[in-house]
Write a protein that binds this ligand. Structure first.
Ligand SMILES: Nc1ncnc2c1ncn2[C@@H]1O[C@H](COP(=O)(O)OP(=O)(O)OP(=O)(O)O)[C@@H](O)[C@H]1O
Length: 266
């Protein structure tokens, strides 16, 4: 079977400037894959280019296959059917993903309503179920709450519930814990690992922190200046540290004793 995501020779740029320089990356069905690299190395651009969400004016070359189908060249309509439903994303700052003037129930219900045409009531049931799944049961967190009534960690849980609401095959988490208090970070990583593993969803975990990648992934890619420098099973990349750049990222890890959250371990 073809991998869920198969990116080959992906280049992205703006005018003369090259941001991604021929990236190859694969994600198997249900696989947890890490992408690590320093700030500005192109990690977020890779995630956006995968979904056809690169900023206006940028060019894209190469191949991005999702479930065997080429995405480069697809129209907006086709891409908007895939985004949210088959590929969902969780970003660093939950408030950018949430609408401050709409209730959390409405926001979690929106994806299933739009993608599956569920009735208001059925979508609300779905929202209730998703919020419960992320540790926000209705008896403690009413669907009528607004984002500002929640803590940062609770908001990120709502964003995860939104991402899960249509049962995507791939969840992309781009620095999902960077904006959160240290004590909450581990809880959100645990949650992401649990929900993806439980439903057989693939996970692309993007972070500048090797500790996060070690905790959450089975296989990983190391990126610098728009190129993949190293790839392999997470445990092997950690053991070998073949490239000095990877070693430098390791030295910069805030915590080196966190490992193996998704089962298996490193
Ligand atoms: N809108 C834009 N227009 C032009 N260049 C951009 C734009 N956004 C990002 N870039 C450039 O693309 C490169 C990759 O940025 P990207 O945000 O993907 O890095 P990153 O690895 O995700 O870093 P960070 O962890 O800081 O988000 C950077 O050199 C950046 O300057």
């Amino acid at each position: 079977m073809s991998p869920l995501v198969d990116i080959r020779g992906l280049e992205l740029g703006l005018g003369e400037m090259e941001i991604l320089r021929g990236v190859d990356l694969r994600i198997g069905r249900g696989e947890a894959v890490g992408l690590v690299g320093e700030s500005g190395s192109g990690k977020s651009m890779l995630a956006l280019a995968l979904m056809g969400l690169e900023p206006d004016g940028m060019w894209r070359r190469g191949s991005v296959r999702f479930d065997g189908r080429e995405l480069i060249g697809q129209g907006d309509r086709e891409m908007s059917r895939i985004r949210g439903r088959r590929i969902a994303m969780v970003f660093q700052e939950p408030m950018t993903a949430l609408d401050p003037v709409r209730t959390i129930g409405e926001q979690v219900a929106e994806g299933p309503r739009w993608h599956f045409g569920l009735s208001r009531r059925a979508a609300r049931d779905r929202a209730r179920e998703m919020l419960e799944k992320v540790g926000m049961p209705e008896d403690r967190f009413s669907l009528g709450l607004y984002p500002h009534q929640l803590s940062g960690g609770q908001r990120q849980r709502v964003v995860v519930a939104m991402a899960l609401s249509c049962g995507p095959e791939l969840l992309i988490a781009d620095e999902p814990t960077t904006a959160l208090d240290v004590t909450i970070q581990a809880q959100i990583l645990d949650l992401l690992c649990a929900v993806t593993a439980e439903s057989g969803m693939a996970l692309l975990m993007i972070s500048h922190d090797l500790g996060v990648i070690a905790e959450t992934t089975d296989r990983m890619y190391v990126m610098r200046a728009g190129e993949i420098l190293e790839e392999g099973p997470t445990e092997q990349v950690f053991r070998e540290m073949a490239h000095p750049y990877t070693r430098a990222l390791f030295e910069a890890m805030p915590s080196r004793d966190l490992m193996g959250r998704r089962g298996g371990g490193t």
